[in-house]
Design a protein around this ligand. Structure first.
Ligand SMILES: CC(C)(COP(=O)(O)OP(=O)(O)OC[C@H]1O[C@@H](n2cnc3c(N)ncnc32)[C@H](O)[C@@H]1OP(=O)(O)O)[C@@H](O)C(=O)NCCC(=O)NCCS
Length: 143
């Protein structure tokens, strides 16, 4: 198993993995241009896991100079429960910490019980006191 920084060249393999994963919602922002823009704006925080030249895990992370944000943590079915996600997360959190970002957030679909367990088992706190609002400043319903 190898871990390395995510590159836009990983796009096809990543999309294929994400499409296979319940719990990962794909949006307009997941176009190849969107991912390239994200990686350019947030260099050094997103990683992939590779086994035998095949991409088996992803994590995207970035920050706004105050808080870190984790997205698209996903591991191929055949590699689950072997610590891949934990190792990807460790890398992103270490990179964020090195930039002075000590607190991070992740959005998890409410009905994603295994996903929720993953975060809860690692000390991530569900924020019941916060309600999230989103606004689309454009025509797309899927931004
Ligand atoms: C959630 C998800 C990313 C977890 O990936 P994963 O690689 O299976 O996670 P890990 O292996 O690091 O941890 C899962 C469990 O395996 C256990 N584990 C880790 N290494 C292990 C090993 N060598 N042997 C046995 N079990 C092991 C961990 O202890 C953990 O259990 P715990 O949560 O009770 O502590 C994966 O299920 C997934 O891709 N789901 C779909 C997408 C999704 O829901 N993403 C999260 C929402 S953002």
């Amino acid at each position: 198993m190898q871990f390395r920084s995510m590159e836009v060249l990983d796009y096809d393999a990543m999309i294929s993995l994400w499409r296979d994963c319940d719990g990962v919602s794909l949006r307009d922002a997941d176009s190849i241009d969107g991912i390239e823009r994200y990686l350019k704006r947030n260099p050094g925080f997103s990683f992939v896991a590779i086994v035998d030249d095949s991409l088996v895990g992803t994590i995207m992370a970035g920050h706004d100079a105050r808080r870190g944000y984790i997205q698209h943590l996903a591991v191929a079915n055949r590699m689950r429960n072997t610590g891949v996600a934990a190792k990807l997360l460790e890398r992103s959190l270490a990179a964020l910490k090195a930039e002075g970002i000590f607190k991070s957030h992740v959005h998890v679909l409410g009905d994603n019980a295994p996903g929720r367990r993953f975060w809860e088992n690692r000390g991530w706190m569900q924020r019941a006191e916060i309600v999230m609002y989103s606004y689309i400043n454009g025509d797309s319903k899927n931004t």
